[in-house]
Design a protein around this ligand. Structure first.
Ligand code: SF4
Length: 271
C-alpha cells in the first residue's frame, strides 16, 4: 500500500481509503522562490510584477519569466490549443536569445486521447522539444487498489492520483511553472491573475494567456501554422482524459464537457 493511504470497510470489502486532497493547502516553498529577486538580489514585489504583466502581451510575460527563472521554470503542456501557442512563443524566444531549451512537461494519465499524443509528437517534431512525461501509478495498480473505473465513482480521487500527485513531482525543485489557463475558459478561471504564488504547490505560477480570447488563440495558431489537437475541430473546446471529456452542451461554457456527469470543474491543478 502506498504511504498515506489507510484502509476502510466498504460494503464488507476492505478497500484503501482515498486521500482526495493530497496536496496541503499551505505547502512550504521548496526553494528560494518565495523571495522574488532580480539577478542582482533586489527584491521584487509580486503584486507589482502582476500589475506590470497585465499590461504586457504573452510573449513579453514569458520572456520575463525566462529571464527571471530559467532553468528553474517549467512549462506545462496539455496539448490543447493553448499549448500550441505557448510552445511556439517559447521556442522563438529561446532561439532568439540563444538560451538553453525551455523545460516542457506533461502529465500522462494513461487515458489521454490518441489525438493528444499525436499533437505531442507533432509539436515535438516541429520544434525539437522533448516533453518530459510525469505519471502516477499504473491503471492496473489503481484498479487493484481502488477497484475499476475510479474516475466514474470518485473522480476527485482519480485526478488526485493521476494528475495532482504527478504534478507535485513535476514541480519539485523549480521556482515557477507556466500554465495555459485563460479567464474565458470557465467561471472558476475568470479571476485568474497573470502571475502569483501558487499556494497549492508552493511556487510561482505564470498564466501568460490569461487574457487571451478564443479568437486570439485561433488567429495565432492559424497565422503561424502551428500543429494543434484535431479534437478541437471535432467539437471539443476543452480536452482532458477520454473517460471524462465530451463536447459541451449548447448552453455550457468551454469546459462544461469535462466531468459532465459529476459536480466537478477542475482536476486540482489550478487552485
Ligand atoms: S480526468 Fe477523469 S480519468 Fe483523468 S485523472 Fe481525472 S477523473 Fe481520472
Amino acid at each position: 500500500m502506498r504511504a498515506g493511504l489507510s484502509t476502510v470497510a466498504t460494503g464488507g470489502v476492505e478497500l484503501p481509503a482515498i486521500e482526495v486532497e493530497r496536496v496541503p493547502h499551505a505547502a512550504e516553498p521548496r526553494s528560494q522562490a518565495s523571495k522574488l529577486t532580480t539577478a542582482d538580489g533586489e527584491a521584487i514585489d509580486p503584486r507589482e510584477v502582476n500589475a506590470k504583466l497585465e499590461g504586457l502581451g504573452a510573449a513579453e510575460a514569458i520572456a520575463w519569466a525566462l529571464e527571471t527563472f530559467h532553468p528553474r521554470l517549467r512549462f506545462a503542456a496539455s496539448f490543447q490549443k493553448t499549448s500550441s501557442v505557448t510552445v511556439d512563443i517559447v521556442s522563438k524566444l529561446t532561439a532568439e536569445s540563444g538560451a538553453s531549451p525551455a523545460n516542457f512537461f506533461y502529465l500522462d494519465t494513461d487515458v489521454l486521447f490518441d489525438e493528444t499524443y499525436m499533437t505531442r509528437d507533432a509539436l515535438a517534431a516541429r520544434y525539437g522539444i522533448e516533453f518530459q512525461r510525469f505519471s502516477g501509478i499504473s491503471l492496473q495498480e489503481q484498479a487493484d487498489l481502488y477497484g475499476d473505473s475510479l474516475w466514474a465513482r470518485q473522480p476527485d480521487a482519480c485526478c488526485g492520483i493521476r494528475k495532482v500527485e504527478p504534478m507535485r513531482t513535476a514541480l519539485t525543485g523549480i521556482d515557477c511553472w507556466v500554465s495555459g489557463i485563460r479567464r474565458e475558459d470557465s467561471q472558476t478561471r475568470a479571476g485568474a491573475a497573470k502571475f502569483g504564488w501558487d499556494k497549492r504547490f508552493g511556487l510561482w505560477k505564470l498564466n501568460p494567456l490569461a487574457d487571451w480570447t478564443e479568437s486570439e488563440v485561433w488567429d495565432y495558431i492559424n497565422e503561424h501554422e502551428i500543429p494543434y489537437n484535431p479534437l478541437h475541430d471535432a467539437g471539443f473546446p476543452s480536452i482532458g482524459c477520454t473517460h471524462c471529456t465530451r463536447p459541451p452542451g449548447a448552453d455550457g461554457d468551454a469546459r462544461s464537457g469535462r466531468w459532465a456527469d459529476a459536480h466537478k470543474t477542475e482536476c486540482g491543478l489550478h487552485g
